[in-house]
Design a protein around this ligand. Structure first.
Ligand code: THU
Length: 165
């Protein structure tokens, strides 16, 4: 049996500072950072903010919400997406997303979404049928710009994998 080696590339851009972003991106980036102040993270001490830029120019925010029963808490990315869908079912298209994270008593650092959030991010992008560019603070202190949320979760599970009902 033939064995074929394959590679899959992920295209993204790396920017030095927020000054290199467009004005709309800067607003989304700053909103994610500002949102960290309203995180509820008494157990981890790790405050995460997520911002969703909508086509009408508004920005919807989410933050991580923890719980004494640890697994009952939820990440910022999912509170943002679930909160938007639940509170504004007719919302304008999501045209950008940014994430920020900082320790409760510390400076901003990297914010790379967990696997469960990537799965949810994929669903909402697929659902609206329009790619959502994403800005992430990297471990190196730069800004990573991905053209779509799907870029973060190759070989994903999706509705296509469910049997037709
Ligand atoms: N967290 C997020 O909000 N987003 C992520 O992508 C990773 C982790 C939160 C969950 C928990 O409240 C804290 O960060 C530590 O894991």
């Amino acid at each position: 049996m033939a064995r074929i080696s394959r590679q899959q590339l992920i295209a993204f851009e790396e920017l030095d500072t927020a000054a290199d972003l467009t004005p709309a991106e800067q607003a989304t980036w700053q909103a994610a950072r500002d949102a960290t102040a309203t995180a509820y993270a008494p157990y981890s001490g790790f405050q995460v903010g997520a911002a969703l830029l909508l086509a009408d120019g508004t920005i919807f925010r989410g933050t991580n919400q923890e719980n004494a029963a640890y697994p009952s808490g939820l990440c910022a990315e999912r509170t943002a997406l679930f909160g938007l869908a639940a509170s504004q079912p007719e919302h304008a298209a999501i045209v950008g997303m940014a994430i920020a994270a900082r320790p409760t008593a510390g400076d901003f650092g990297p914010a790379l979404p967990c696997g469960a959030c990537r799965q949810v991010m994929l669903e909402y992008e697929t659902r609206q049928g329009q790619a959502i560019p994403l800005l992430l603070p990297s471990r190196a202190g730069t800004i990573l710009r991905f053209p779509s949320l799907a870029a973060l979760i190759p070989f994903n599970f999706s509705a296509d994998d469910l049997p037709a009902s």
